[in-house]
Ligand binder design. Sequence first.
Ligand code: ARG
Length: 563
Amino acid sequence: MDYKKKIAELIKEHMDMDVKLIENLIEIPPRPEMGDFAFPCFQFSKTLRKAPNMIAAELKDKLNAEGFEKIDNLGPYVNFFADKAIFTKNAIEKILEEGDNYGSSNVGEGKTVCVEHSSPNIAKPFHVGHLFSTSVGNSLYRLFKKEGYTVEGINHLGDWGTQFGKLISAYKRWGNEKALEENAIDELLRIYVKFHDEAENDPSLVDEGRAYFKALEDGDKEAEALWERFRNLSLKEFDRVYNIFNVEFDSYAGEAFYNDKMGVVVNELKEKKLLVESNGAQVVMLDEYNMPPCIVLKGDGASIYATRDLAAAMYRKKKYDFYKCVYVVGSPQALHFKQVFKVLELAGHEWAKDCVHVGFGLVKFADRKLSTRKGEIILLDDLVRESVDKTLEVINEKNPELENKEDVAKKIGVGALVFTYLKNSREKDIIFDWKEMLSFEGETGPYVQYSYARAKSILRRAEESNIEADFSKLNSKEEFELVKHLENFNNQIHVAVEKLEPSILTRYVIEVAKAFNKFYNAHSVLNLEDEGLKQARLELVKASCQVIKNGLYLLGIDVVEKM
Ligand code: ARG
């Protein structure tokens, strides 16, 4: 039974308001003594000319309390106490019946959402910032799918720009074929750095790079072939990373994809009289909106980053007819997106309002400076390796007999990284602190995965039985708190989607794990005489596993059966 709906229908009999609206007002109170659901009466005080407390008190008396333990009022709230036995039975049965689908809904049916994320740059290393985008984006991708949206995961690769002219020049001068095959990104980075070093003494190199880029733009076969090769090799490397993190894309249409799609955009802006000349460049003035001008064409007539984003937005609208187009890109680019969306709006595209920049903070490290063998950038491989190695150390210490140790360490180590990215609201900077994030206690990925494995081990030890579970016996505080959390999954998914904030779900999964451990520490499951109670507790353990698994999946994290 859907309690919220039932409550909304009850209230509807006495309030002149749409059931859906009533349902949206219903809250889950923070403390058990406030009931399981609460209906706030503030907003009616104006029309009813009564104090909210009065409205709540009167409403409470009118409601039919059948199916509830009681209905009460605390100040301006009507508080509903569910009949625990019915609530518990319904919740657990629903979870076990729906299994991996538990939490799904059809909220987004018929709507398409584009989730652009990751978007690394070709020939450059994939760094910790790109992993932030990828973690948030992958989770949003899965969350939207869970709510029934059609989702397009887009990787807007940085695969165009003057740097490719330099790379071609550098490759022809110093490129090492074998090194390129072995580790493309290392080799491309090496020759790119060398190009800049050499150019300091020999400025003619810069002209050479420029000439190669021009050749590339003009469709020169050799330049094109090299560009494509660099792109393919880089993609191969990125795909290796995406495999580690369980990420898939539906489109790799990067910046270069829009090369032949920008002319139309520029013409449209011209026709709509939005383009003006400024210092030789073609720009859209935005000072009315307190923003610097959006440059569309540079002095030499070349397009830039923003031009590609304008073309990309138009293309996506046409191709996917999106309900929302979400850009998961670091907060330093907030202004860029504000400008692009404003230009779209000024060009008369009312759907510009459906484009949303989902920003995120910076990544810092607690126990070392931001310097690794590649200078300023922390390489992803180093990060993954360190996390997995350290996890393996912990496993060797705690459970040296474990089978498939390497595989388990990989899942936990990678999960711990993703969990750290998604734990706090995304706008916050995050600090990687190995000791903290790899701990099996506290609010960490390993803690949640450990709770799951612990629950699984209980289930493995339980003997088959055909005695029916008696859910009315799950009447302790710990049991009911756990059930309430489990039942709240859909609601939390919805909030996470509305706020475009995976951390809502991360926090939720932590709460479920905590509630599970509280329950398990207070009550025995296997050593019980009462078979009805024992079965009920086992089903509760099973349901907890299912919810943790589904929740972690939405974050992009795998569970392990033993650890
Ligand atoms: N490639 C860019 C970078 O690494 C991110 C691209 C963001 N997406 C966009 N549509 N501009 O910073």
